[in-house]
Design a protein around this ligand. Structure first.
Ligand SMILES: *Cc1c(COP(=O)(O)O)cnc(C)c1O
Length: 255
């Protein structure tokens, strides 16, 4: 007897639509417009084929509703970025780096990424500035801030964030577009929300400082599959979603 035809993958249209719906509802609840929150898909540990399926599902959704803006893709590891990006150029996605960037990977990252969200030191910002200075368009960067203070998390301390932002804003070749954080590892919305509020306060302080290159720093990349509603209530302008669209990640890749 022939075995039943078991699909080896599940189309991503439904989970992507569900996430868009969550974003829209959270925006409505917060009195915000859904187009003010960008959806970034965290494609780490997903194959190129699966990442392509997500982009194609997004294209179908946008064909049905032209008011939607394309999703962005985020990679935590530059190796994955350089492996996938060349295979997906026909779909011309915008790639963001959302994980730690070693200095020996800066050139590879800049070849494909339009934004590095994980800038957490002046040293890295200067390296990016040097490499990006020759480009026609500046490289977008965000400062990653460790709002929870958890030792396992990357990011500049909240105290150092504003001075670093002012220093980065002055660098050539870069455009500071905002701040990124990974929420506290807690089930308590108040604890996580305090961290998101802190990031927004830092953003407000920097944008209103009047320092050169800081007026553009209004972005807030915060919120993931488990807490995007909370982050949107706290002012997120970008949510980074992995498992809610792709399902669970292959265990080997880890974080
Ligand atoms: C993996 C990852 C995400 C997405 O996490 P999910 O819980 O799968 O939505 C967001 N941001 C960063 C920096 C990540 O590494």
């Amino acid at each position: 007897m022939e075995p039943a035809a078991v699909p080896h993958h599940v189309p991503l249209d439904a989970p992507l639509a569900a996430v868009r719906d969550r974003v829209a509802r959270a925006c409505a609840a917060a009195g915000r417009r859904p187009q003010d929150v960008t959806l970034l898909l965290a494609s780490k540990a997903q194959t190129t084929a699966t990442t392509r399926e997500a982009l194609e599902a997004d294209a179908r959704a946008r064909a049905a509703d032209p008011s939607l803006r394309p999703v962005l893709l985020g990679e935590s590891k530059v190796q994955e970025l350089v492996a996938k990006a060349p295979e997906l150029v026909d779909l011309s996605p915008a790639w963001h780096v959302i994980g730690p960037l070693q200095s020996n990977k800066v050139n590879a990252a800049l070849r494909w990424a339009s934004c590095v969200e994980s800038v957490a030191s002046l040293d890295l910002a200067r390296r990016l500035s040097t490499r990006a200075s020759g480009r026609a368009t500046p490289l977008d960067v965000m400062l990653q801030v460790n709002v929870s203070g958890e030792p396992t998390k990357q990011g500049v301390t909240p105290q150092d964030a504003a001075p670093l932002a002012v220093a980065v804003g002055a660098l050539e070749g870069l455009r500071l577009v905002g701040f990124m954080t990974i929420g506290a590892r807690s089930d308590d919305d108040r604890v996580v929300g305090e961290g998101y509020d802190l990031l927004r306060t830092i953003r407000d302080e920097v944008v209103s400082s009047g320092a050169p290159g800081t007026a553009s720093a209004s972005g807030l990349s915060m919120g993931m599959s488990g807490d995007l509603e909370l982050a949107i209530a706290c002012g997120a302008t970008m949510v980074r979603v992995g498992t809610a669209v792709f399902g669970s990640r292959p265990a080997v890749a880890g974080r």
